[in-house]
Design a protein around this ligand. Structure first.
Ligand code: ADP
Length: 257
């Protein structure tokens, strides 16, 4: 039996097809979120990747920021529930999830059964979110996927002292003008995101194991900086950005059963 999970975010649309609630048959990520053609495109892509048609899908769950405007699912479910389900499937021992997406960051605390018992969210400020990285990558004329490699080349991490994204933008421009090395600046940018999110995580209390999900988890520079800030190992799956969609596909399977 095939179920489909679709996660419509602020910046990206993600989709997973699951067989019998366990095996990922196909996945797709389209860099276009709610209010765009992203959701339609990501579903077409995932069906094509799986070599299936819409009729083969037994049940669909939609999650994410744009879930309430998506009319093509059986039910909608919160991102918090879906991220918890997705991460639980991959790392059953995880008790803290740090999810950093395109415009918000969330920290989820799970109990020993893997159920969410508490969460904190920053959705008021771009600092500490993917948006901060997108803006900085734009200034440095780097692709978002190259930040990790650049950060790893840093010899002397530059501290970004402004917490506000707009002020940090000016700070980075003036650092560039003063001739600092790009890798040192990129490492500072990654550390800035990590330190914002670490303070959110410390407020909720860190219970190991700790895992990162969401698109920003793909950046090893942020993962390493966060690991240092929190003094714990950060577990990570290469499918981190798909955790919400995976949880939605699992929820769809649970619903049918
Ligand atoms: P949303 O669900 O809010 O659309 P995602 O969880 O899909 O967000 O994450 C999108 C964010 O992930 C983007 O803002 C981008 O900054 C970040 N991102 C994606 N790939 C990478 C990467 N390789 N390195 C750093 N950040 C990345």
């Amino acid at each position: 039996m095939y179920t489909l999970g679709i996660d419509i975010g602020s910046t990206t649309s993600k989709c997973i097809i699951l067989k019998d609630g366990k095996n990922i048959i196909a996945s797709s990520i389209v860099v276009a979120g709610t209010g765009t053609s992203g959701p339609k495109k990501v579903k077409e892509e995932v069906l094509k990747n799986a070599d299936l048609t819409e009729e083969d899908i037994k049940y669909t769950v939609v999650t994410g920021y744009g879930r309430s405007t998506y009319g093509d699912a059986d039910i909608e479910l919160s991102e918090l529930s879906c991220h918890a389900l997705g991460v639980q499937h991959v790392f059953p021992d995880v008790r803290t999830i740090i999810d950093i997406g395109g415009q918000d960051a969330k920290v989820l605390s799970l109990n020993e059964k893997g159920r969410m018992v508490n969460f904190l969210m920053n959705d008021k400020c771009a600092a500490g979110t993917g948006r901060f990285l997108d803006v900085m990558a734009g200034i440095l004329q780097l692709d978002i996927n190259d930040l990790e490699v650049k950060a790893a080349e840093a010899k002397n991490t530059i501290k970004i002292s402004s917490t506000c994204t707009v002020f940090a933008e000016s700070e980075v421009i003036s650092q560039l003008a003063s001739g600092v090395e790009i890798p040192d600046l990129v490492a500072g940018i990654c550390s800035s995101v990590a330190s914002r999110v670490a303070s959110l995580a410390k407020r909720i209390g860190i219970k190991e194991k700790v895992c990162m999900s969401g698109g920003v988890a793909r950046n090893g520079g942020v993962r390493n900086a966060l690991s240092k800030e929190l003094g714990v190992e950060i577990f990570y799956s290469p499918s981190a950005q798909l955790m919400g969609a995976l949880g939605a596909a699992i929820a769809a399977y649970n619903k049918v059963n």
